[in-house]
Design a protein around this ligand. Structure first.
Ligand SMILES: [Zn+2]
Length: 514
């Protein structure tokens, strides 16, 4: 006998996506354990109203806002449309009416085989929801590669800029938390194609894999002179972005570090040191890397920069706060503001800093000023979704096209064993976001491959299938209840084109691992 799938209907209007009430900008009473200079206060230098900063790129802010609203709007209207369709299911001509409504409101038709079964039992809303999330993801992904909503795929001016600053590769590990998914393109305003991004829970990146990437990078410099000649005096720059919440530090910080931002910063710095030591121990004198530790306030998107000294020392307990820099320069002309920013960076280490690093950090601060204004312009100074509000989990390696805050929780992994902890955190987050509302957890599995490497695509396909089976096996109960669905995708990293969809758990029963 088939297990009866309750509830055939989506939750009522009493279960909205979690949106904490708008805060007044003051820290929660008793939430602070230590003084925190980034905590907004009544005399906050960055008020939610007032003119924008002279260095803010207004046009770019508007473009980024339009893209963010368009994509998230596509995901967020799914529940309402499905509720309207659910209400029609016993009417004459249901399938035609449902398709017309879906096409009109969502822009795509629904799978006929699910609609056709509605008269026998009832409409399978869980499958329909997962199907709509996957369809919206596919369309978002395809549009990213075909219409370049965040700008072109290459930015040679930026590549030249980082080389002038003394770096030949920018490798960034933010936390996998969806509130940092926009860190590169929004918070730091860096061209995504010029940055290697590898998110990990707690920003605890894999040292061995990063060393392997470093070797590959240096090897290419020797063999091909790409991105520059090996004899040029530039370094591999490894950046960690941890995060914290200025408005609710005890609850909305990094889950992987127990919402303790001092611990998040120290752990990030330790991991950076491990990486540098691994390179130096393995490749002798002269072989080294540059390290940079950043913190991101997930309420305001303002960054903290732990400015390193010329000899590579970083203090996890001291930082330069972009909000302070904003407040100090908001009334200046653009050129004067730039000068002051550069001077602040130099002073932060008592003058012991390489000039290339001053230029790079100053640019990060200037870019972040635009993002601080973005949050002021469109989110009243602090995001309404202070906590998790991701729309799907992304598992695997890739997702070059995901650059929006709270769209995706990343679980970066090659095997489920190595990524189990990250994935468990993701499932726990979605128990609160979706399962509590009777909705399934949508998991997009993705493996990138290189068509220039023989057999690479086949290996990526096998990885996808293996991970899908392992995910359904690990969360078997959810899977059997129709509360977990997977979409399998691969993408050719040698070409700038959308991922290829291999299939999903909605099409055929997924083989369980026993
Ligand atoms: Zn985190």
């Amino acid at each position: 006998m088939l297990a009866r799938r309750d509830p055939y209907q989506l939750p009522g209007p009493t279960a909205p996506r979690r949106r904490p009430p708008r805060r007044d900008g003051r820290p929660s009473v008793g939430a602070l354990t230590s003084p925190d200079i980034s905590t907004p206060r009544p005399e906050d230098p960055v008020a939610a109203t007032g003119p924008l900063h002279p260095l803010t790129n207004r046009e770019r802010n508007q473009q980024l806002r339009t893209y963010d609203s368009h994509v998230k709007g596509g995901f967020d209207k799914i529940v309402d449309v499905l509720k309207r369709i659910s209400a029609l299911q016993h009417e004459q001509g249901f399938e035609q009416k449902a398709q017309a409504l879906a096409l009109d409101a969502l822009g795509f038709p629904l799978p006929e085989h699910i609609l056709a079964r509605a008269w026998v039992t009832q409409l399978d809303m869980r499958s329909l929801f997962a199907w709509c999330v996957f369809e919206t993801y596919k369309r978002t992904s395809a549009a990213f590669f075909t219409s370049n909503p965040l700008g072109g795929q290459e930015d040679t001016a930026f590549d030249a800029f980082i080389r002038e600053c003394g770096f030949h590769l920018l490798d960034v590990s933010p936390c996998a938390d969806g509130r940092l998914a926009h860190a590169i393109s929004y918070a730091l305003r860096l061209p995504f194609s010029s940055v290697r991004r590898r998110p990990y829970a707690g920003a605890m990146f894999d040292v061995e894999r990063t060393v392997a990437r470093w070797i590959k990078t240096e090897h290419r410099r020797h063999r091909e002179g790409v991105p520059n000649q090996a004899h040029e005096d530039t370094r591999y720059l490894k950046v960690v972005i941890y995060h914290f919440s200025s408005l609710d530090p005890g609850h909305q910080g990094c889950a992987a570090h127990g919402s303790n931002d001092a611990q998040a910063a120290r752990s990030g710095l330790n991991r950076l040191h491990d990486f540098r030591q691994a390179v130096e121990n393995s490749f002798c004198c002269g072989a080294s890397v540059t390290l940079l530790l950043l913190g991101l306030d997930t309420d305001t998107d303002a960054i903290r920069i732990h400015v390193p000294t010329a000899d590579g020392a970083t203090n996890p307990d001291h930082w330069l706060d972009a909000r302070e820099v904003y407040g100090q320069t908001v009334a200046m002309a653009p050129e004067a503001a730039r000068e002051v920013i550069g001077e602040r960076v130099r002073q932060d280490t008592g003058g012991s800093i390489e000039e290339g690093m001053v230029r790079f950090i100053s640019q990060l601060l200037e870019n972040n000023i635009s993002q601080i204004d973005f949050v002021r312009q469109f989110h009243n100074g602090a995001y309404g979704d202070a906590g998790h509000a991701e729309r799907f989990i992304g598992v695997g390696i890739g997702f070059k096209e995901i650059h929006l805050r709270n769209l995706t929780y990343f679980a970066h992994m090659e095997t489920v064993e190595e990524g189990a902890t990250d994935l468990d955190v993701g499932i726990r987050i979605f128990k609160g976001l979706n399962i509590s509302r009777g909705l399934p957890v949508p998991v997009v599995i993705r493996y990138d491959f290189h068509s220039s490497v023989p057999g690479s695509r086949e290996r990526a396909v096998r990885s996808c299938e293996r991970i899908a089976a392992a995910v359904h096996g690990r969360y078997r109960t959810l899977s059997r209840q129709g509360l977990l669905h997977t979409l399998l995708t691969v993408r050719d990293g040698d070409h700038y084109k959308p991922p290829e969809v291999l299939g999903s758990s909605l099409q055929s029963p997924v083989v369980e691992v026993h």
